[in-house]
Design a protein around this ligand. Structure first.
Ligand code: COA
Length: 220
C-alpha cells in the first residue's frame, strides 16, 4: 500500500471513530462571532497544546480568539469569513481572508489567508480543500493576484496541504513568541488566475515535492 492509500485508510478509521457525518460550509455572519471565538480557541488549543506552555496558550486565545476580535473581522468589509458546521449547527471549521499583515513586503493586489482551521475529527475529509477553494474564489473575485499565508515552520501537515494546492515559500517571518519561546512562520503564496503553465518566477519551485514519508522538509 502506498503512503496516500495508507493515509486515506487511517483517515477513514479516524472519521468512523468520531462518527463524523456531513457538514455545511457557509459565509459567516456578524451573529457568528461567539461561535467563531469558541471554535478559534478550540482549534488553536488542539493544534498547539502538544508543545506550547498552557498559560501562554490561554493568554494568546484570550487576545486573538475573543468574540470582539471576530466581531471586528465580521464587520470589516475587507475581510471574509467562512464557517463549517455539522448538520446540527455545531461549528467545526473556519477560514478567514484579510488584507495582508505579514512580515514581508506585499503588493496592492495581495490578500492573506489569515486562518484555516478544522477540528481534528473533520480533518482529512476534503473540507480543508473546500474551504481553501472558497477563499481562493473570493480572493480572485476581489481582484487579488496573489493569496499569501503564514504556516508554522513546525506544521508539516499544513505545509504539505498547501504545497499540494500550489502554494510555495516566498520568505519567512517570526510569527509569535509564547512562553519565552520563539515560533517561526513561513510565508507562502499562490498566484491566482493567470496561466498555470507559466508561473511567475517567485513561485517557481526549485525542488520537486517530496513524498509523504520525507516530510517535514528541512528549511535553511
Ligand atoms: C491543514 C488543514 C486545514 C487541511 O484541511 P483538511 O480538511 O485536513 O484537508 P483535506 O482533507 O482537504 O486534505 C488533506 C488530506 O486528506 C486527504 N483526503 C481528502 N479527502 C479525503 C477523503 N475523503 N478520505 C481520505 N482522505 C482524504 C487528501 O488527499 C489530503 O492528503 P494530503 O495531506 O496527502 O494532501 C487541516 O488539516 C487543519 O485544520 N489542520 C489543523 C490546523 C492547521 O494546521 N491549520 C493550518 C494553519 S496555517
Amino acid at each position: 500500500m502506498d503512503h496516500d492509500a495508507a493515509d486515506a485508510a487511517s483517515n477513514d478509521d479516524i472519521r468512523a471513530s468520531f462518527g463524523v457525518s456531513e457538514a455545511n460550509l457557509r459565509r459567516a455572519q456578524p451573529a457568528d462571532a461567539a461561535a467563531l471565538a469558541l471554535l478559534g480557541g478550540a482549534t488553536f488549543l488542539e493544534s498547539y497544546a502538544r508543545d506550547h506552555p498552557g498559560d501562554a496558550l490561554i493568554r494568546h486565545v484570550q487576545a486573538q480568539h475573543s468574540p470582539a476580535f471576530y466581531a471586528q473581522m465580521l464587520a470589516d468589509p475587507a475581510c471574509a469569513t467562512w464557517v463549517l458546521e455539522t448538520d446540527l449547527g455545531a461549528p467545526v471549521g473556519y477560514a478567514l481572508l484579510t488584507k495582508p499583515d505579514l512580515g514581508c513586503e506585499t503588493g496592492a493586489d495581495d490578500l492573506e489567508l489569515k486562518r484555516l482551521y478544522l477540528l481534528r475529527g473533520w480533518q482529512a475529509g476534503g473540507w480543508g480543500r473546500r474551504l481553501l477553494a472558497a477563499v481562493e474564489a473570493e480572493a480572485a473575485t476581489r481582484g487579488a493576484g496573489r493569496l499569501l499565508l503564514c504556516v508554522s515552520a513546525d506544521n508539516a501537515t499544513a505545509q504539505r496541504f498547501y504545497w499540494r494546492h500550489g502554494y510555495d515559500d516566498v520568505g519567512r517571518q517570526h510569527m509569535f513568541g509564547m512562553g519565552g519561546r520563539a515560533y517561526h512562520g513561513l510565508i507562502w503564496a499562490k498566484r491566482l488566475g493567470g496561466d498555470p503553465e507559466t508561473p511567475p518566477a517567485i513561485l517557481t519551485r526549485s525542488v520537486a515535492p517530496e513524498p509523504a514519508g520525507q516530510w517535514p522538509r528541512r528549511w535553511a
